[in-house]
Design a protein around this ligand. Structure first.
Ligand code: SAH
Length: 239
């Protein structure tokens, strides 16, 4: 009899506590663990050395699998770029984190991105800054990214279908500019649309090789520094 009472007591305690046991986990999608592993092994690990805590936290929360085609989902947290249709790719997670960290994003910043692609980089930025403006030259990609960003609640991102070479003068100047397709040289309109003291991260070069440059605008001067060899799709020009 006593054993029965104990068992009943333990069972009812378990039932009572069950909701709090479940809720003690942070809101998790089924990729939560994979994303955590991605951050630890591909971003924060020695040799990768992403140090900015805000960037690491955002990379651990933005659902990369929501920005890739259904067939690619199981690879969403692997250490490589993935096809997103129209001959384009979503960048490797490390490259997204590296470029974001180099930009040194501040909560008050207004940022311009050239090359929306899937919208993933814009989503990462949107959690770190005040406003994101992003331009994509392939219209169906721009439309799809815009819909995905809206569906997932990234409400401080505006998407434009057009040639990013020209920037987005209506919303200039920007505190930071990130370019995720490679021109042969830094587009002059983008330098002009960067505010004094602003930062730009941009891959430059042709098929023979590209270098990621970090630019800092100081008055009429632009300091530039090569930070990483990379391989991005070329920047197209509107006909
Ligand atoms: N940042 C993206 C990946 C970019 S792939 C992501 O997070 O998924 C590079 C993108 O740049 C491609 O979608 C390509 O269509 C776009 N692109 C190429 N030239 C462009 C241009 N002149 N203006 C705007 N986008 C351009």
């Amino acid at each position: 009899m006593r054993a029965f009472v104990y068992k009943a007591l333990i069972a009812s305690l378990f039932i009572l506590l069950w909701p709090s046991i479940c809720n003690s986990q942070p809101a998790a999608d089924s990729f939560f663990e994979e994303r955590k592993k991605m951050v630890e092994e591909q971003l924060a690990a020695p040799g990768r050395d992403i140090k900015n805590q805000r960037v690491l936290e955002v990379m651990a929360t933005v659902p990369r699998h929501e920005f890739v085609p259904e067939a690619e989902r199981k690879f969403a947290y692997w250490d490589n770029p993935l096809p997103i249709g129209y001959g384009q790719t979503i960048s490797q997670p490390f490259v997204v984190a590296f470029m974001t960290e180099q930009l040194d994003p501040k909560p008050t910043d207004r940022v311009l991105e050239i090359g929306t692609g899937s919208g993933y980089q814009a989503a990462v930025l949107s959690r770190l800054v005040a406003e994101v403006y992003t331009i994509e030259i392939i219209e169906p990609l721009a439309k799809r990214a815009e819909a995905d960003l809206k569906r997932l609640g990234y409400n401080n991102v505006r998407v434009l279908a057009g040639d990013g070479y020209q920037g987005w003068p209506d919303h200039a100047p920007f505190d930071a500019i990130i370019v995720t397709c490679a021109p042969d040289r830094v587009p002059q309109p983008l330098i002009e649309q960067l505010r004094d003291g602003g930062r730009m991260i941009i891959p430059v070069g042709g098929l023979e090789g590209q270098e990621l440059y970090l630019l800092k605008k100081q008055g009429t001067k632009v300091e530039q520094q090569a930070v990483l060899p990379v391989r991005f799709v070329p920047m197209k020009r509107a006909e």
